[in-house]
Design a protein around this ligand. Sequence first.
Ligand SMILES: C[S@@+](CC[C@H](N)C(=O)[O-])C[C@H]1O[C@@H](n2cnc3c(N)ncnc32)[C@H](O)[C@@H]1O
Length: 208
Amino acid sequence: MDRSARFWDKIAERYSQQPVADETAYQKKLQVTREYLQPDMEVLEFGCGTGSTAITHAPYVKHIHAIDISSKMIAIAQGKADANDVVNVTFNRSTVDELSVSDQSFDAVLGLSILHLLENKEEAIAKVHRMLKPGGIFVSSTACLGDTMLRFLELIVPIGNFFGLMPLVKVFTTKELEYSITDAGFKIDYQWQSDKGKAVFIVAKKAE
Ligand SMILES: C[S@@+](CC[C@H](N)C(=O)[O-])C[C@H]1O[C@@H](n2cnc3c(N)ncnc32)[C@H](O)[C@@H]1O
């Protein structure tokens, strides 16, 4: 099994019991996202974790396809959906690169706290762009560790990865993230950060 999947499987139960780190910022991101959602929308969420965000947005869209590399995360998410009678979210264990869907399948794609955990975020963003319909939106919230002194993590992270102590983590700046998104063909429509050093929230649009 992939090292990342093993790591996330191991911590899934604990992760599901942790409160949201910054509830006010989380609620704002939910609210901004909701302003872009429509009842007829097909949505993809990758790296969905234990499914709380997908379940929260479910009443406002037609369907959400939520995927995660960790089967344990997916099992917890499915349990929550069942307990809440949520029937328009499909949870599947999958990475973005494993996902096989036709181009222009989705109206919106969500990738929250995930881009910095991918081996190649540019490839993932390019695939998101292909999977979106014209005018579709990509909503992301990403730790940009390169903005702070945490740049030293670039040295530490490979050691932690080697011993399976931490997930794969990539270090980049907000500027580098913005370039990755716009180079893929998106236009950034909305950008917000609750505070310096916090996750960068971006809503990017594919051209009509
Ligand atoms: C920090 S958690 C974020 C979960 C959720 N999006 C949230 O905001 O609470 C990262 C999630 O991404 C998943 N993940 C890590 N690498 C992945 C990959 N390559 N493809 C899909 N999911 C991945 C992990 O299993 C984990 O559930």
